[in-house]
Design a protein around this ligand. Structure first.
Ligand code: PLP
Length: 365
């Protein structure tokens, strides 16, 4: 078998790409997850050939047999990362190697083959270079990249599939929130949990999202923005949102976030903020935090700020928390100072306007 980490990408150009003027109109107001670039990256895997057939090809529908394994048993994982337009017109990635590593870890948990990290990275680099004209300019705008992999074998037997398809699609995204993130109100789910010990909570798989949607709908039904999950074993400790990690900021200037015990997704934004906070001399704790403590600390003023974080929305202040029989406000309900400081530090590194002491930014061109 050839060394799969150095597959060459075969290139098939789109015969009718979106015209420049139409693309410019789309990029003026891209929203999130609605418009897509001209091309996609595809790599195939089979148990007998390993990773093979790496291609950059026109973005188009994929045909699946109705007995395709993923449609029945949900062997599917994904990643989310962004390419940023630099002031000089070039482009960068932020910690893509961490996404590559996490993708391999997710694959292991779902009994899927691990895509070599170098192959993950070259699929991203090739696609962004091909569709470079689709990286939007402007504050908060980026090209959102969605690598994903699923079991493509036609087989209804229950076992890890022997064939997989890996793809990367790219979607220009505007600022998630225009003019700074407004505070969100969270709903604490009483009935539903996101992940149990020994389960798939630390893997970035579609199934975790499927399991979270009814709780998110419950949050919306209570006029809240997002659901926040408690731990499945004791129903006491704060875990995370459906797709974002959570942080607490205290009156002594320290910050705290739930530890990675296997039921929480190890966010790259989470890890980056922990590092930046430590660099700044902030006391950082990765410790469990119960809903009871949360209520008491918000009431006493010991808790000053709280925020959620992830690649898509970066940092989102949490202003208010509701659940059955309670409703409390954090600080004055608005975005907190330390929340804003950490967000600014991270965004400045991502945007190339601040030094990058940890080597997180990769220049593509
Ligand atoms: C992707 C994701 C996050 C955030 O991870 P980042 O690497 O910071 O984007 C948090 N929680 C869940 C459940 C996720 O799927």
């Amino acid at each position: 078998m050839a060394d799969a980490t150095i597959l060459d990408f075969e290139y098939e150009a789109h015969t009718s790409p979106v015209a420049g003027a139409d693309r410019a109109a789309l990029l003026a107001n891209p929203g999130f997850g609605k418009i897509f670039t001209d091309h996609m990256a595809v790599i195939r895997y089979s148990a007998d050939k390993g990773w093979h057939d790496a291609r950059i090809e026109p973005r188009r529908p994929i045909q699946l047999d109705p007995a395709c394994a993923v449609l029945h048993y949900a062997q599917e994982i994904f990643e989310g990362l962004k390419a940023y337009r630099m002031p000089d017109g070039g482009a960068t990635l932020f910690r893509a190697d961490a996404n590559a590593r996490r993708f391999a870890e997710s694959a292991r948990r779902m009994a899927m083959p691990e895509l070599p990290e170098q192959l993950f990275l070259s699929s991203i680099r090739e696609l962004v270079s091909t569709d470079r004209d689709w990286i939007p300019e402007g504050d908060g705008a980026s090209l959102y990249l969605r690598p994903f992999m699923f079991a493509s074998e036609t087989f209804l037997g229950v076992r890890p599939a022997q064939e997989y398809l890996y793809l990367v699609i790219a979607s220009p995204a505007g600022a998630y929130f225009k003019g700074g993130a407004p505070s969100v109100t969270l709903w604490v789910s009483e009935h539903y949990t996101r992940a149990a010990p020994g389960g798939t909570g630390a893997a970035k798989c579609g199934g975790n999202y499927a399991a979270s949607l009814v709780a998110q709908a419950e949050a919306i039904g209570h006029e809240c923005d997002q659901v926040v999950f408690l731990d499945a074993a004791e129903n006491r400790y704060v875990e995370e949102l459906g797709g974002m990690n959570v942080f607490f900021v205290f009156d002594d200037g320290s910050i705290q976030t739930p530890p990675l015990t296997g039921t929480i997704l190890p966010g790259i934004t989470r890890e980056s903020l922990l590092t930046l906070a430590r660099d700044t001399g902030i006391t950082v704790r990765e410790e469990r935090y119960s809903l009871d403590e949360w209520k008491a600390d918000a009431a006493s003023g010991r808790l000053r700020e709280a925020f959620a974080c992830g690649t898509a929305a970066v940092v989102t202040p949490i202003g208010r928390v509701q659940g059955r029989g309670f409703d409390f406000t954090i600080g004055n309900g608005g975005p907190g100072l330390l929340t804003e400081q950490l967000r600014q530090q991270l965004v400045s590194i991502q945007r190339g306007t601040a030094p990058d002491p940890h080597g997180w930014v990769e220049r593509l061109f």
